[in-house]
Write a protein that binds this ligand. Structure first.
Ligand SMILES: [Fe+2]
Ligand SMILES: [Fe+2]
Length: 244
């Protein structure tokens, strides 16, 4: 069977790269991504301290880390931004800013980060890059944290979705559709608070034209599967729905 080379950064599109790696001992694969814009690079959910050496090696193989001008933290979890203090040291760009929701910033400022924070709410949930490209943020409250956000890149119609659309699995192929959409069930049932809240989030996403979803766990969702994924999660009982 064809095996993708996951020992290096993996291109998802011409501008978007997966810089994660497959950890033998976990079923919760973490996916950091780079968006290479014309003049600057955006780094999504860089990850944890244990992941740092391998993730950063892939970043350095691909770009000069000082080109990273923005880090987007979808929420405050250690698998999302536990390594920010060491990542920013390697990036060594005095202009680096960390974009996040204020409910996330209040928590991750305790990580001892030197970079300035970019409060997405205070900036109209948008970030304009030097090229003119605009990234749009959507607040996904309580999915699964109060300040959870997703990022939409209209140019490539890509959604960097954080924990939403994630999977817990042994699947070691970021582009695999094996078991989809039920593959998303266990993670959302365990980590998302309720169907009511999950449905609210999905209804925000339905308004966007999305070609691919890039989750922080599991596999990339593309094409017709995007709609299937949103519909599936809209009806999925989770969290408190399952307590009885
Ligand atoms: Fe999380
Ligand atoms: Fe996560």
């Amino acid at each position: 069977m064809f095996q993708k080379d996951t020992s290096n950064a993996l291109p998802i599109t011409r501008e978007i790269y997966w810089v994660g790696f497959f950890e033998e001992s976990t079923h919760l694969q973490c996916n950091p991504y780079l968006l290479l814009d014309d003049r600057e690079v955006v780094f999504f959910d860089p990850g944890s301290i244990p992941d740092f050496p391998q993730v950063m090696r892939k970043v350095i193989d691909l770009i000069n880390p000082a080109e990273i001008r923005w880090i987007v933290a979808s929420h405050q979890d250690p698998d999302v931004c536990g390594n920010l203090a060491v990542v920013e040291d390697v990036i060594d760009n005095p202009e680096l800013q960390v974009a996040a929701h204020i409910n996330t910033i209040r928590l991750i400022q305790h990580l001892g980060i030197q970079a300035a924070f970019y409060d997405v709410e205070a900036h109209g949930y948008a970030l304009r890059l030097q090229s003119g490209r605009e990234l749009q943020f959507l607040h996904m409250p309580y999915l699964h944290s109060p300040g959870a956000i997703v990022t939409y890149d209209a140019k490539t119609k890509s959604l960097f979705s954080g924990d939403l659309f994630g999977t817990i699995s042994r699947n070691r192929d970021i582009l695999s559709t094996e078991g989809f959409p039920e593959s998303m069930n266990s993670f959302h049932q365990a980590y998302m608070p309720s169907n009511q809240i999950l449905r609210y989030g999905m209804e925000q996403l339905e308004r966007l034209e999305i070609q691919r979803i890039l989750p922080q766990h599991g596999a990339v969702i593309e094409g017709d599967q995007v709609g299937v994924a949103i519909e599936h999660l809209k009806q999925l009982p989770c969290g408190v729905d399952l307590l009885e």
